[in-house]
Design a protein around this ligand. Sequence first.
Ligand SMILES: C[S@@+](CC[C@H](N)C(=O)[O-])C[C@H]1O[C@@H](n2cnc3c(N)ncnc32)[C@H](O)[C@@H]1O
Length: 455
Amino acid sequence: MTNQLLTSVQDSLQLTTDVTPIAPTAAQMQKIFGTLEQDLPFCEDSAFKGMLNFADNLEEPIHRWYYYKEGYSHRLVSQVLKRYPRPNGYPGVFDPFCGAGTTLLVAQQHNLPAVGIEINPFATFISQVKTNWHKINPIKLKNALNRIIENNNINCSKLPALTTFHNEKYFPNNHAYQLIHLRESIRRCRTTTEIKNALLLALTATLEDVSCLHKDGRALRYHPRDVISPKEALHRRVMIMLEDLESIQNRPHHEVTVLKGDARHSSLLLSKKINIDHFGLILYSPPYANNFDYSEVYKCELWLLGMLNSYEQWKQLRLSTFRSHPSCNFPITHYLKEDPELREIYRLVEQTARCQNIGGTRAYKRAPSVIRGYFDDVFLMLKEQKIKLAPEGYIVCVVGNSRHGNLHIPTDAIIAKIGQAIGLELVEIYVAKYRNDRKNKNQRLRESLVVFIKK
Ligand SMILES: C[S@@+](CC[C@H](N)C(=O)[O-])C[C@H]1O[C@@H](n2cnc3c(N)ncnc32)[C@H](O)[C@@H]1O
């Protein structure tokens, strides 16, 4: 951290200590954050306009095979590749939170070697199927689909243990059973693994077409509506796949590797599994500190594909995710506290976690540990990325700020400070979007690209 920035953080903390030794108000914290942000290189123009949501991808071949709401646009990746060039000799692109594989697919299309890591087995599966599109034979896919649709002989009546599947309100007209029949039919179909996986992905993509469930913000909500039969929905989804495979059959592509694993321990995993020592670009969007639990929102997909078979396994999956939500009791760590270089940032995070206006009684109990755990995890992920980043290579972290109670947390600025403290050079904080705060219409939350370079 430069002296100037250090002084600025120290001033802020001094202010905190002077004004509120125990629990600062949101207004006091906002002042502290304001001081913190003064020296940071924020910039803003329209280069990334409209690129922070997945909706854009619904028109794009392959990307549209599964609607992963929390992903970003394929155009963002192309823009980043242009704006932050990879140093000579380091063409590799790494996404440690690869989700549905947007970064990987675009890198592949630019003929660049790409590697992704993802903790959620369903998201890992989406990325694997999509980046293996070139191994899917369209004629075999169509034949397999026809056989599956015509097959009425499977007799399997065991639903997954997840209670959601047992509720007729969510899955009317016996649709839960029909989904399981289709899954079994796909599993038993005599065809290649790539074709089976493509069909299974298409089957998960039908979930919102055949049920009265809707992914809405942080939850899966009951949304009564007309549904179509699982067979018809599957047929439609596979037709889209076939159309895409035909339209891009001659597109160049590089081999992509997708690993199931933890971004907070990525360097070891990469060293074991990948023969790329250093990456020229690390581009990703981590979970935001907004209480969103991916294992909850994608639970039907996880259970339908047999990636979860018990509530205990579900709990274990939750426990292995980034600490961005309060759905389980994560272990407590003290990484920021223990590192002398990070002591000032630790104190800032601690003040934030102790803020008295952090929400109602329930939130007041849960938010502090989310805030502490989240920034400890940020520290871990950045340290790991630094190890695998080439000299002169860029890290581009796409992140949104969040609100807890009346407190707006400038996640982008705090990530910038943590990166600097571990020895990365901060290039810019590129503000790409302002989201309206649902509760307070006058407030807007930034979504930014925090950009570092390794000197
Ligand atoms: C914002 S999404 C990334 C979306 C991605 N950029 C895309 O366009 O599809 C964040 C992802 O991080 C994953 N994740 C959560 N904890 C993780 C961890 N410890 N290691 C790796 N991935 C994790 C989530 O499952 C989620 O898919």
